[in-house]
Design a protein around this ligand. Structure first.
Ligand code: NI
Length: 630
């Protein structure tokens, strides 16, 4: 839905008009020309103090941060330009390598398809129609061949055969054959053609036209005859006692800003900004090509670029309000994605219930407000779902679906890091590791909050004076005082969780108000820390990091992870070991899944879920859902 410009808030996503205006201004003023590709355009978000001024009614310039690649030099620049077209800053980021841009992927694939070595290798495998070959452009980050390790930006191209135009090509991997392409020059640098493994032939149909899809149920209708219970003003949402702003970033995709809850009429702040700042997928298969599959879907591609246009009744059921988003293409044109963000309410079963001894029944039905979007990155879909509940809690859930990545190997072979799905068709083991950046301001105001993070373990004393019957247990609270102390992993044996408290705000019992971060289903990286991916995604070895809030510390593997040698981001920043007690902090929560593919994940995997909860813990005086009407 299009909002009048007058409603634009400084945290709103950049509209199509604004993107066109800022890119047009940069061209007009010759800041960029035909040598440049637009890597990304993001809102240059105001600081919390600027936001506070804005809320007080002062005007602040709305600005965009435009990341450009100069194709003639390979240099990356970040330009901050106001939506009035004034360039505020323009600086070259030394050593930065631009993410893989869509035009570069297309060009690299076209070059590989024209290459005589590739054509010959395909012919020797019985494929003469190059149009029936599907290639993808993957960052080579895991291991750059020594002879190419001279600073060039390189991709490699896994390939699949698509025997008919609507066939699921992932059923037919062409293993052992890849082109390695310089995406700056478009030159095919090498063709790897090491093994001749037969292309698996069993089809993997999943389209309705192929499967029939005749298992059906009677209609289930969700009606809200009086309309939805939320209101939307621009990108600001009010629902139940919650208020929040929906944001969008070309790099991270869906973003949630400025989350408040009205507690007995008092607006209480919970979060300034929440996003999934990185998503990395380390593959655990050492076989030809597969070991290189280590994509940073946020930092190396820009996840927001792959946002789906959602369909009513399919992706989302019920009374839906959609928001459109816009992204800049590398050539500077702007692409609008209709129905990119879905807003709706869901019934969520019982909120609470009690049957009293006198027979009185009190039961409340719970509802949740959902903000969601879905991206398709090659074979995979990621749904991001932020849920807001009537008990004051917030949940993030990633829904993983799509098609598992495939490779070919000899049927029945001992291949310990992959699952054989069909004869000769293997799905390598891999992990999906997400990192949420949670800039919470527990019980703060517009300009922020001083918060402290505490780790809480449950434990039992040994049998004796402190544990006479053996059944007693207590909790221990450890304040995470400095950044190096705040590198933490989950501990199910201690039911560990973390609480972010505001030491200056006490609840009715005199305790600091807080929210707890409750990890959900998660995993721990299997890649060795000394591996290339282990170094490049060093953030993944802790489930929790806490940092002092710094505007430019946004991405846990650094701003430019493409072909980065490693160590950037959280591992680097936290070396400063800054004090993080009673100050403005950011929580980084790492979570994910270890995907050992099942037969049932083929041909399209049923949704797999991973996420976390933020629950009030002494923030309210009692269950905030008590007042919910029956
Ligand atoms: Ni997976």
């Amino acid at each position: 839905m299009q909002q009048p410009a007058s409603l634009t808030h400084c945290l709103d996503p950049l509209s199509r008009g604004e993107l066109e205006l800022v890119i047009g201004a940069l061209r007009r003023d010759a800041v960029i020309d035909q040598r440049h590709l637009i890597a990304m355009v993001q809102v240059d978000e105001p600081t919390k103090s600027a936001l506070a001024s804005f809320q007080r009614g002062e005007t602040i310039d709305r600005a965009a941060r435009v990341t450009v690649l100069d194709r003639s030099t390979g240099k990356v620049s970040e330009i901050v330009v106001t939506t009035a077209g004034d360039v505020r800053s323009n600086k070259i980021i030394e050593g930065a390598k631009a993410p893989v841009l869509s035009v570069e992927s297309e060009m690299a694939i076209a070059a590989a398809k024209r290459d005589a070595r590739v054509i010959d290798a395909l012919r020797s495998r019985g494929i003469t129609d190059i149009g029936s070959v599907r290639m993808e452009a993957w960052p080579i980050g895991a291991q750059i061949p020594k002879y190419l390790d001279d600073g060039r930006r390189i991709i490699w191209t896994p390939m699949w055969h698509q025997p008919t135009p609507d066939a699921n090509f992932y059923a037919h991997p062409i293993s052992g054959l890849h082109a390695i392409v310089d995406i700056d020059s478009g030159e095919v640098l090498a063709v790897e053609n090491d093994q001749q493994i037969a292309i698996p032939q069993v089809a993997g149909p999943y389209r309705q036209s192929q499967t029939g899809a005749d298992v059906s149920l009677k209609p289930l209708m969700i009606h809200q005859p009086d309309g939805v219970s939320f209101s939307l003003q621009g990108h600001k949402i009010n629902w139940e006692r919650w208020s929040l702003r929906v944001g969008f970033c070309q790099r991270e995709g869906l973003v949630i800003h400025d989350v408040w809850f009205a507690d007995n009429g008092n607006q209480r702040k919970i979060a300034h900004r929440m996003s999934i700042a990185e998503l990395v997928i380390p593959y655990g298969d050492p076989s030809q090509g597969a070991y290189r599959k280590n994509a940073f879907d946020v930092g190396e591609f820009g996840l927001g670029n792959f946002t789906n246009s959602l369909t009513l009744g399919c992706d989302c059921l019920g009374e839906i309000v959609y928001l459109d988003v816009a992204v800049a293409n590398p050539d500077g044109s702007v692409r609008e994605i209709k129905n990119a963000i879905c807003l709706h309410e869901e019934d969520f079963g019982i909120l609470w219930k009690h049957v009293d001894i006198d027979g009185n029944v009190e039961v409340r039905r719970g509802r949740r407000f959902v903000v969601s979007s879905i991206v398709t990155v090659n074979n995979y879909e990621y749904g991001y779902f932020w849920y807001f509940y009537q008990d004051g809690s917030i949940e993030f859930e990633a829904k993983l679906t799509g098609i598992v990545l495939t490779l070919a190997d000899t049927p029945g072979k001992d291949h310990p890091s992959a699952t054989e799905l069909e004869p000769g068709l293997w799905a390598p083991y891999h992990q999906h590791i997400l990192c949420a950046r949670l800039d919470l301001d527990i019980d703060g105001d517009v300009s922020g909050a001083n918060n402290t993070v505490v780790e809480i373990d449950s434990f039992a004393h040994e049998l004796g004076a402190k544990n006479i019957y053996g059944g007693a247990y207590e909790t221990s609270e450890t304040v995470l005082g400095r950044e190096l102390e705040a590198k933490r992993v989950i501990d199910p044996f201690k039911s560990r969780f973390w609480k972010i408290i505001n030491p200056d705000r006490k609840n009715h019992m005199g305790h600091s108000v807080g929210y707890k971060l409750v990890p959900g289903h998660t995993t721990f990286p299997l890649a060795l820390p000394e591996s290339t991916i282990g170094k490049r995604a060093g953030f993944m070895y802790q489930h929790l990091w806490v940092t002092k809030n710094e505007t430019f510390e946004r991405y846990p593997a650094g701003d430019y992870p493409f072909q980065h040698s490693g160590g950037a981001g959280l591992p680097e920043w936290t070396q400063a070991n800054r004090e993080i007690e009673n100050t403005d902090v950011v929580l980084w929560h790492v979570f994910g899944t270890n995907h050992i593919p099942r037969a049932e994940d083929w041909p399209v995997m049923p949704v797999e879920r991973t996420g976390f909860h933020l629950k009030p813990s002494g923030f309210f005086a009692r269950n905030p859902g008590i007042d919910v009407a029956p």
